[in-house]
Design a protein around this ligand. Structure first.
Ligand code: GLC
Length: 582
């Protein structure tokens, strides 16, 4: 198991906390979270022990997609506060030895961005900043659809042409083939970096190069045209150029969000001789257990939305996932990036349902399974990402009425589902409960007070009623809370270099319930054993490993002192997590 000493980097050792500011903390009582609200909680983040704060978009935006539609890259959205507030946040974060990375959306802008307004007027400088095309046979220029549902083209009356929008119609795609676009983007990135930020999370950055000629795509129930959009022909050239011209001049962290990115692509994007990015947020595990057409493609989940009310246990149905599938994906990435890149370890974020509802048991074993999943995230090789609320085990929520939905994707996809199957919202409610991004966007549950202590006003999105029992105040009082366990995990990872830099070696390749692996370097071996489901299991240490001096480092067992170190035969209660030094 010997290996070369890996190159040490601060961003490999860091623990990241992702903030979706709209739903984090509202300081001015307008029902929308804001930057002063984040400032009030910096101390909280410091106490939890995180090193890096990733702030989802706070730029000026008409909010068609909650800030992922930027109107002005150099201004702060009114609802979020002012640039002075933002400067104060940066100071507060830095004064506690933490770092701040900004979410940056470069595949598209808002249709209210100055570039787009000028482009549609055919202003000579900006005319070619977006993908404008004439219609074909009186219809769209090609058959591509939008990730959010519907067509990917919108006709503009002013310019009398169609423009491409892979996301919402208010998010036109930038034409990266145009060198002026790229130079404007790089200048803007440099402007932010000069303010002293510590890096970027780059939104859907592998979508910036489209196949020349924009040909029709293979019809796909989820997203037609994807093969002409993701990992396109010039994407490496653009990213490398962005790195050479801007990113390489700073000691920063770059986290690239890349749907449809596989391990081989990742080696190129972030490997040693690659494009210069640090790590990839890929979707291969996040898309389990979805059908090939994505999370809104229900065709191969046995049940038809119209039948849902008759399904006895829709929760079980939707939450069902296969450990072999998850382990295969994670192992492929762990092994594939060994010495060739770095992993970003996440299970949930603002685009997915809540982690504990999806991969754990948000009923009887909510606390236990949330801790088990956190153990996985913190002991795999890579940088762990905590999404706000995960540290207290926040869950999905019941969506009782279509009008409760806020997310552009949930709204459009629900409308399409209802129309396609001729049903009302009641019939697809369960789909929304398990698939909607709104699940992750309900307000952070600070206390059992009204609106979970998130706002004194009217919250912009429904608050999960379970805040009465699931909240930060409560979690911080209980010694054995999920919150306290996260602190322990953070401390453990900080203390054990092997958990940061050691190689990953899988044990038990196909056990249906137990996920076990060793993290190893020249000096140390750390064993991780996870019982991923709700039945009792027994683990046996494989013969090639010596467990005679095993020392327990961490467990989510309710009675840690009673936990055995006999690794030849280890009883594992439901959702048990154990970390041992061998
Ligand atoms: C990314 C963001 C998501 C957004 C989309 C379009 O996937 O994480 O929230 O809707 O890009 O910008």
């Amino acid at each position: 198991m010997a290996q070369d000493t890996p190159e040490r980097e601060w961003w490999k050792e860091a623990v990241v906390y992702q903030i979706y500011p709209r739903s984090f903390n509202d300081a001015d009582g307008d029902g929308v979270g804001d930057i002063p609200g984040v400032i009030e909680k910096v101390e909280y983040l410091d106490e939890l022990g995180v090193d890096v704060v990733w702030l989802c978009p706070v730029y000026d935006s008409p909010n068609a997609d909650n800030g992922y539609d930027i109107r002005d890259y150099r201004a702060i959205m009114d609802e979020m506060g002012t640039m002075d507030d933002w400067e104060r946040l940066l100071e507060e974060v830095h004064s506690r030895d933490m770092r701040l990375i900004m979410d940056m959306v470069l595949n598209h802008t808002s249709d209210e961005h100055e570039w787009f307004l000028k482009s549609k007027e055919r202003d000579s400088e900006y005319s070619d900043y977006y993908y404008w095309r004439d219609g074909e046979h009186g219809g769209n220029p090609n058959n591509w659809t939008s990730i959010f549902g519907g067509d990917a083209w919108k006709y503009d009356e002013v310019r009398e042409q169609y423009y491409l929008h892979i996301f919402d119609e208010k998010q036109p795609d930038l034409n990266w083939r145009n060198e002026d676009v790229r130079q404007d983007v790089y200048e803007m990135l440099d402007w932010w970096l000069r303010k002293g930020i510590d890096g970027f999370r780059l939104d859907v950055i592998n979508l910036i190069s489209k196949t020349e000629g924009l040909p029709d795509g293979e019809p796909n129930p989820g997203w037609t045209g994807w093969e002409h959009v993701i990992n396109g022909p010039r994407v490496h050239e653009y990213i490398r150029e962005m790195y050479d011209e801007v990113l390489s001049n700073y000691d920063i962290m770059t986290v690239a969000e890349m749907p449809g990115c596989g391990v081989a692509d990742a080696q190129q994007y972030c490997g040693e001789d690659g494009d210069g990015l640090n790590m990839i947020v890929h979707f291969e595990h996040a898309d389990i257990p979805y059908a090939p057409g994505g999370k809104w493609d229900l065709d191969d989940v046995d049940i038809h939305p119209a039948d849902l009310p008759e399904v006895a246990e829709p929760d079980d149905h939707f939450n069902h996932w296969d450990l072999n599938e998850l382990r295969d994906v994670l192992t492929r990435w762990q092994v594939g990036l060994e010495g060739e890149g770095w992993n970003a370890n996440y299970l949930g974020n603002h685009d997915h349902p809540r982690t504990v509802s999806r991969f754990g048991d948000d009923g009887e074993y909510r606390e236990k399974s949330a801790k088990m999943l956190a153990t996985l995230q913190f002991t795999l090789k890579g940088t762990p990402f905590i999404y706000q609320g995960e540290e207290i085990g926040m869950t999905n929520v019941e969506w009782n009425d279509f009008d409760e939905l806020r997310d552009v994707e949930a709204i459009q996809q629900s409308e399409e589902l209802m129309e396609r199957h001729g049903v009302n919202f009641e019939a697809i409610r369960h789909v929304v409960k398990h698939r909607s991004r709104d699940n992750a966007r309900t307000p952070m549950q600070w206390s059992d007070a009204d609106n979970a202590g998130f706002t004194d006003g009217d919250p912009w999105i429904k608050v999960n009623p379970n805040h009465e029992s699931i909240n930060v105040a409560e979690a911080r009082e209980a010694e054995d809370s999920i919150w306290a366990y996260y602190q322990d995990l953070i401390d453990l990872r900080e203390a054990e270099d092997t958990l940061v830099y050691g190689e990953y070696h899988l044990l038990y390749e196909d056990h249906p319930d137990i996920y076990a692996y060793v993290r190893a370097d020249d000096d140390d071996r750390i064993l991780v054993v996870l019982n991923c489901f709700g039945a009792d299991m027994t683990f046996h240490l494989p013969d090639h490993l010596d467990g005679s001096d095993a020392e327990l480092l961490l467990t989510n067992n309710e009675d840690p002192d009673s936990v055995s170190t006999d690794l030849d035969e280890l009883d594992l209660p439901p959702y048990e997590a154990r970390v041992y030094r061998l």
